[in-house]
Design a protein around this ligand. Structure first.
Ligand SMILES: [Zn+2]
Length: 281
């Protein structure tokens, strides 16, 4: 599943090519992937691309917006002749001819350029919504970890209230958005806090250290264009590089960068969790 840095990277790439494009046609290949009335977007011009949590918003000049959620296997790929931009789940569709058997929606700009929404498993979606409907959808998601409104005091208030393990608090998108499994593992290692710790046992200064580490790994992920964990033929402008700089994720049996002890993998909060049993206490 793409994590927040990958989604942010898709947004930044699409910002370079989509504003100013006018929608000549919208082809819905799979009804389940789309919600809305197609004619409400036809003739509309794209003015901006933005994001809340992992929701991608494509703004039109007619008060409507597309919201896109990539979920597990979604991709957005812009194609204009030889030019390709986009990202999401890494598959052969990154390089092969489009539309493919996984294309669910085609945005046709009438000038030979297209945006393809592909999704192998059909959990992702595209919705055409009014501004009010967008705000309603956005209200379901907490601010990003890297948003300045997420302070130590904010996280501390949540930490005090729950006896869950700290790992599941960090993954809770009702508290903060943006930290998926890769970045949670790395943030806990950077802060030298065990993923097994009960949230209520964290001190204020440990909470501060953990939040600083969380913001740091996520910002690094965004700078590096996210992580492309699954092996796939490299395409310029598609895959991120965070996987080359991970602290613990996927490094079972290798040396911890903090202390040199061997990293182990155990299932915590339902997910494979990599951590150092020596320095993460
Ligand atoms: Zn260590």
């Amino acid at each position: 599943m793409p994590e927040l840095p990958e989604v942010e990277t898709v947004v930044r790439r699409l910002q370079e090519v989509l504003p100013g494009k006018q929608l000549a046609n919208l082809i819905v290949h799979k009804e389940k992937s789309f919600e809305g009335t197609v004619k409400d977007c036809l003739g509309g011009t794209i003015t901006d691309i933005s994001r809340k949590a992992k929701l991608i918003r494509i703004h039109l000049n007619n008060e409507m917006s597309f919201l896109v959620h990539l979920k597990m296997t979604g991709q957005l790929i812009y194609v204009d002749g030889e030019t390709r931009f986009g990202g999401g789940h890494p598959t052969a569709d990154w390089v092969e001819s489009l539309p493919s058997g996984h294309t669910r929606i085609t945005f046709d700009f009438g000038d030979g350029s297209f945006l393809f929404f592909n999704d192998q498993r059909i959990f992702g979606w595209v919705r055409l919504l009014t501004a009010t409907e967008v705000q309603h959808e956005f209200s379901k998601y907490a601010p990003d970890v890297i948003d300045e409104v997420i302070s130590t005091h904010y996280l501390w208030q949540h930490v005090l209230k729950t006896n869950r393990v700290i790992k599941s608090v960090l993954l809770d998108s009702k508290i903060m958005s943006g930290l998926g499994n890769i970045y949670v593992c790395d943030a806990l290692n950077l802060a030298q806090i065990s993923p097994y710790r009960r949230a209520t046992t964290l001190s204020y200064s440990e909470t501060e250290r953990l939040l600083d580490a969380s913001k740091a790994v996520l910002e690094k992920g965004i700078t590096l264009g996210g992580a492309t964990i699954e092996h796939f033929r490299h395409v310029d402008g598609f895959s991120g590089d965070y996987q080359k700089e991970v602290l613990v994720y996927g490094r079972e049996g290798e040396a911890c960068f903090n202390c040199g002890a061997k990293i182990i993998k155990e299932k915590i909060a339902g997910r494979g969790t990599y951590f150092c049993p020596a320095c993460q206490i």
